[in-house]
Design a protein around this ligand. Sequence first.
Ligand code: ADP
Ligand code: MG
Ligand code: MG
Length: 204
Amino acid sequence: ADQLDVPLLTAWLGRAAAAIEAQQGYLSDLDAAIGDGDHGANLARGFKAVMAKLGTPADPAALFRSVGMTLIGTVGGASGPLYGTLFVEMAKAAAGRATLDAAGWHGVLAAGVAGVVARGKAAPGDKTMIDALTPAVAALEAAASLPEALARSAAAAREGAEATAPLVARKGRASYLGERAIGHVDPGATSSAMLLAALAEAAG
Ligand code: ADP
Ligand code: MG
Ligand code: MG
C-alpha cells in the first residue's frame, strides 16, 4: 500500500490487538520486573475495547479519535492517558484527510508523540515509551515508499525499546527502583514497538 486509509488502519488495529493479546503475559512480566505487573493486562483490555467500539469511522481522524478515547477510558494507569493522548493528537493532525502517505503519517505520528511528551514530560533516555516512539518518528524522515518507511520506523522502535535495558528510569513506577531497573527492558517502550510492528505488517 502507498497510502494509509480507514480499511488499512482498521487492519492495523486488528493486528495490534491480536499482538497485544498474544504478548500480554510477556508485557506484564516486563512490568512485574520494574513496575506493578499490569501493563499487558491493561493494554489487552484497552485494545479489546478499541476493536469492540471502533465500528466504521468516516476517516483516519475519526478512527484515531475513537481509539484514543477508548484507551483513555479503559486502560488506566500511566500508559492509558499517554496512549490515549498519542491517538487523540494523531486525530487532530490527521483532520480533513482521507488518506495518509509516508509524509502524512510522519506528521501525524510526530504530533502524537509530541502530545505524549507534553503530557508525560519524558525525554529520550528516561526509559519510557518515548524511547521507542521518538526514533520511530525520526526514521520516517528519510524519503521512502510507505511500506519501507513503516518497516524502518518499526525497526527503529524495536531498537529503541531494546536500548532501554541499561537505563535507569526517570519517569513512572520504574523510577522508584533507581539502579535496580538496570538490565530490564521498559514495558511501555516494548508495547509501542509492537504497535508499530503491527502497522508495518498491515501495510507491507
Ligand atoms: P502503571 O505504571 O501505572 O502501572 P502501565 O504499567 O500500564 O502503567 O504502563 C507503564 C509504562 O508507562 C512504562 O513502561 C512507561 O513506558 C510508560 N510511562 C510511565 N510514565 C511515563 C511518562 N511520564 N512518559 C512516558 N511514558 C511513561
Ligand atoms: Mg504497570
Ligand atoms: Mg498499574
